[in-house]
Design a protein around this ligand. Structure first.
Ligand SMILES: [Zn+2]
Length: 162
């Protein structure tokens, strides 16, 4: 388990056990998470949020890069969060965020860009790209999605796994 401060208001939480990274973004009064990892990491997630002085009930948005179980399992911890996924991206109205649809790894894969940090889920990693051999994948769309990301201006990659 480790926590990395990527920007003054953005933290990366990653875990030893299987499960996605969780990103914490503070934007004015809003606390936003990107993905919620797996149940194996529930305790550590709560512990790290506490260190950041964020109560689960004070998480306002959870952004899901896609709905694989290792990215979404702790959603129940955040009763007041509005959950944003590909299904309802039109309802995500915070300023200075961009949502990029990147089907391939899954049909519902999306990436988020904020302050030149690209939250890329399992579409791209620091080394390599996400698998496209799941039943829920759309391998034929991966190339277009990768091309789309190449045109995005970002300074820091914040992938689903490190
Ligand atoms: Zn995945």
């Amino acid at each position: 388990m480790a926590i990395i401060n990527m920007r003054p208001n953005i933290w990366q939480l990653y875990f030893k056990r299987f499960g996605s990274c969780v990103y914490v973004i503070r934007m004015g009064q809003h606390n936003i998470l990107v993905d919620t990892s797996s149940k194996d990491n529930e305790e550590e997630l709560l512990h790290e949020l506490k260190k950041l002085k964020i109560e689960p009930r004070d998480v306002h948005y959870v952004l899901l890069t896609h709905t694989h179980s290792d990215h979404i399992q702790n959603l129940d911890l955040f009763p007041n969060a509005k959950v944003i996924s590909k299904e309802n991206i039109k309802e995500f109205l915070l300023p200075r965020w961009r949502v990029i649809e990147t089907p391939g790894h899954t049909k519902d894969s999306i990436c988020f860009l904020h302050e030149e940090v690209l939250f890329s889920g399992d579409t791209i990693f620091n080394i390599g790209i996400g698998r496209t051999d799941f039943p829920e994948s759309e391998p034929e769309k991966m190339r277009d999605s990768l091309d789309k990301l190449k045109k995005v201006n970002y300074e820091i990659l914040a992938p689903g796994h490190v």
